[in-house]
Ligand binder design. Structure first.
Ligand SMILES: [Zn+2]
Length: 233
């Protein structure tokens, strides 16, 4: 009955496999990754902190990210947030974590009508706290100038496009610095839904480091597979 109600309300089926009924069917939910690993982009922006992801940006993960972001399937923030929490825990931290989401431009948030990453990050922080890891979201970054649309740009062009495009909100740097020197010290982790070239994460890292904030790593839901693994060729 519940499935039928969901179907009526949402007019949709499983966001990952189209099976009628729930927004995420039991089979797809059970098949979601439960571990994460470090996955540097290739090529990698010099000096990028280690990014972790639960899997490749492909298949069910790709469909879930896009259904949430572009099709306003907001209930998926729970599952994406839980996946992001898994990615965070791959940094093997039991102390406090400060999650810093990549900033969305105000115009993009207005156009979409929501800030999908912020919602996912908040869910992840809640899931971490429930698991005994003190986690909080710090929306410390802002897009200080409009970068062009990244789609279609290669790694070098993305980096050039983004250089200097982010700033740290006043007060946020001081708060984060205080947390990283606390007892126990917090680790600052950048969070995003997908890592592709790593240019966005690297720019965020640059902005925070210039503000005196030590960045320990990055956690994302999914990593774009950009070239065939040579060991499997
Ligand atoms: Zn499904």
């Amino acid at each position: 009955v519940l499935d039928a109600v969901w179907d009526l309300c949402l007019g949709s089926g499983c966001a990952a496999c189209d099976r009628p009924g729930r927004l995420l069917c039991a089979g797809c939910a059970a098949a979601l990754p439960t571990t994460a690993e470090v996955c540097f982009p290739t090529p990698c922006p010099p000096g990028l902190v280690p990014p972790t992801a639960v899997g490749p940006y492909d298949g069910a993960l790709k469909r879930l990210v896009n259904a949430h972001k572009e099709e306003h399937q907001l209930a998926l923030a729970r599952c994406l947030g839980d996946l992001l929490a898994v990615s965070v825990t791959a940094h093997a931290t039991s102390g406090p974590v400060a999650l810093v989401p990549m900033p969305s431009r105000a115009s993009v948030v207005r156009a979409r009508g929501h800030d999908p990453l912020l919602r996912v990050a908040r869910r992840a922080a809640g899931t971490l706290r429930a698991a005994g890891v003190p986690g909080r979201v710090h929306a410390a970054l802002r897009a200080s100038r409009a970068a062009a649309d990244q789609a279609g740009l290669d790694a070098g062009a993305r980096a050039a496009n983004l250089a200097g495009s982010m700033g740290v909100r006043s007060g946020a740097a001081r708060r984060l610095r205080r947390l990283t020197h606390g007892d126990p010290p917090a680790r600052v982790l950048l969070v995003d839904d997908v890592v592709t070239t790593g240019a966005t994460l690297r720019e965020a890292q640059r902005a925070l480091e210039e503000a005196g904030v030590t960045v320990a790593g990055a956690a994302v839901v999914a990593a774009t597979r950009r070239r065939r693994d040579p060991s499997r060729a």
